[in-house]
Ligand binder design. Structure first.
Ligand code: ACM
Ligand code: ZN
Length: 542
């Protein structure tokens, strides 16, 4: 038993008094470390407290920055009200700083100057405004009360220039408003690209004026599989299912995305995943007849015929209209899961192979790829294709989207192709989030297991040399929608796993899984609640 004398007890009491009063002082000054997702390059806080009113007056240095204010006000109406005013009176001031990189920003909050966001372009400023929303959410004192923000300086810029989420609108159709909400969610995570999957076996979803049957016929399937594809006997719902985006809808969505600093990459699948198009125009397929928009999931042997010139005329006409609608640099031309079997019995494909000296049916796909790439290059565009294009015969200038794990991406980087990593093993967000989906109440899914921690653990540079790293352009998550019929379900699949995507894409150095999860809990889950977004309530600790 240690000796305890009266002096020690007195000293301890004194120490306690000091600690308690220090804690009381700390509580009176709501200074704390703000949590931001994705983790910024640096955050410095001081012990000052800056009061910002619930209705924030914004000042934008130029017209483009002013227009961000309205968009931000719409996005975060649940956090703050917004009006614009003079530079002198503003609580939040937005400036361009030509010395910064395009997507770089700083956010400084100080007693004398309120919140000041500087960015290398509208993009940088916009990402800074996303960070501001996270700061405000954490310093809110309740409805109608001012924000009590610690004095701070955040410096930040993204690691990757391509940060993306994909949505499959073919297997299930999502409305214009839902697609816009998806774009809002991308912006909230500082993702700058939306990969829009628009054509597939189960539905063609983009209006092409020159070929009206693509949507009149190809956007509708007569019924849809019920339950999992593996369940036998297969069951169908007997209800026609369809939907498509008019060109007017698409222009509206492209403008909506641009206002949120997001570029859209449309995907027009070729030569596979084309049954909806073949149903509309059977002369596009090797067999030339007998097609029906698919009602179940999987891989069809019926693909575009690469032998006939009429297929190229069609694809080029479609791409002309696609390029007119989407101003971005990249067009995704699919290229995945395109069986070569029909080419064996197709005289046109065989004649093409002979004329071009192509030895096997698989590599005939490389011929299509090269021609289409040249066509798009001549229009000033570049192509992206799924990693099967490596086997079909890839050009040095195509960007490879690695989905069958990271291996295709590693192979492509080693041969000098640009790469987007979207490995199913880390970023297929249609996969389950828990190891026991039934027990955890996860809705029926395609399979797989990609919990939040697995997404977070992805290293896009694994197995690459210093020199090869330059070919990795960014990381993307994919949401295939075979088993996802509602937008509520869409949100539950991407949230909160988009937090891990955004951090892998944006933050040069990860902190730790524990720290990441703590920040997600502190700021992102409350943000989803405040904005009325649906997110998964399971899988967080797996
Ligand atoms: C894919 O998942 N078939 C790209
Ligand atoms: Zn053919």
């Amino acid at each position: 038993m240690p000796d305890v004398n009266i002096d020690m007890i007195y000293n301890m009491k004194h120490l306690m008094t000091v600690l308690v009063s220090a804690a009381a002082m700390l509580a009176a000054v709501p200074s704390f470390a703000v949590s931001i997702v994705p983790q910024p390059v640096s955050i410095k806080e001081n012990r000052s407290v800056v009061q910002l009113p619930q209705t924030l007056t914004f000042y934008g240095q130029d017209k483009a920055l002013k227009s961000l204010v309205d968009v931000w006000g719409e996005s975060f109406a649940a956090i703050a009200s917004v009006r614009t005013g003079s530079e002198k009176k503003a609580d939040v001031k937005l400036y361009l700083d030509p010395a910064m990189e395009e997507e770089e920003y700083t956010l400084e909050v100080s007693a004398g100057n309120g919140a000041v966001i500087k960015g290398g372009s509208s993009k940088g400023v916009w990402w800074g405004m996303q960070t501001l929303a996270q700061v405000l959410l954490q310093t809110s004192q309740g409805e109608g009360k001012p924000f009590m923000v610690p004095g701070l300086m955040i410096q930040d810029k993204p690691h990757f220039g391509y940060r993306s989420g994909m949505l499959d609108c073919c297997r299930h159709f999502f409305t214009v408003d839902e697609v816009k909400k998806y774009i809002d969610i991308l912006a909230l995570h500082k993702l700058n690209t939306f990969h829009w999957h628009l054509t597939d076996d189960q539905g063609w979803r983009i209006e092409i004026k020159k070929y009206p049957l693509l949507t009149e016929v190809g956007s509708v399937r007569k019924e849809t599989l019920v339950g999992h594809l593996s369940e036998k006997p297969e069951k169908y719902d007997g209800t026609p299912y369809g939907g498509y985006y008019t060109q007017k809808d698409i222009k509206d969505i492209v403008a909506y995305a641009a206002a949120r600093q997001i570029t859209i990459i449309p995907e027009i699948e070729m030569p596979g995943h084309a049954v909806a198009a073949l149903t509309a125009y059977p002369w596009l397929g090797c067999r030339g007849e007998g097609y029906e928009v698919w009602t179940k999931w999987g891989i069809s042997e019926d693909v575009f015929c690469i032998g006939r010139e009429s297929t190229f005329d069609f694809l080029e006409d479609v791409l002309d209209e696609v390029c007119d609608l989407f101003p971005g640099e990249y067009i995704h031309i699919g290229g995945d899961e395109a069986p070569a079997v029909r080419r064996k019995d197709c005289p046109d494909c065989q004649a093409r192979m002979k004329a071009e000296g192509i030895a096997d049916e698989t590599r005939l796909q490389g011929y299509l790829l090269k021609r289409i790439e040249k066509y798009l290059n001549d229009k000033g565009r570049h192509i992206i294709g799924w990693d099967e294009i490596l086997d079909a015969g890839v050009t040095p200038t195509a960007t490879v989207m690695s989905w069958r794990g990271p291996e295709g991406g590693i192979r492509a980087a080693k041969q000098g192709n640009h790469v987007i990593m979207s490995p199913n093993t880390y970023f297929y967000l249609d996969y389950y989030q828990t190891s026991d989906p039934k027990k955890n109440g996860e809705p029926l899914g395609i399979g797989g297991y990609v919990p939040l921690s697995k997404c977070y653990s992805f290293d896009p540079y694994d197995k690459l040399s210093e020199d090869e790293k330059q070919y990795i352009k960014g990381v993307q998550a994919n949401l295939w929608a075979e088993y996802i019929a509602t937008f509520d379900h869409v949100q539950q699949m991407i949230l909160p796993r988009y937090c891990a995507l955004s951090e892998v894409d944006w933050s040069e150095k990860k902190t730790s899984l524990e720290d990441f999860k703590a920040r997600v809990k502190t700021v992102m889950l409350p943000m989803y609640d405040r904005l009325g977004l649906n997110y998964a309530k399971y899988g967080f600790d797996e």
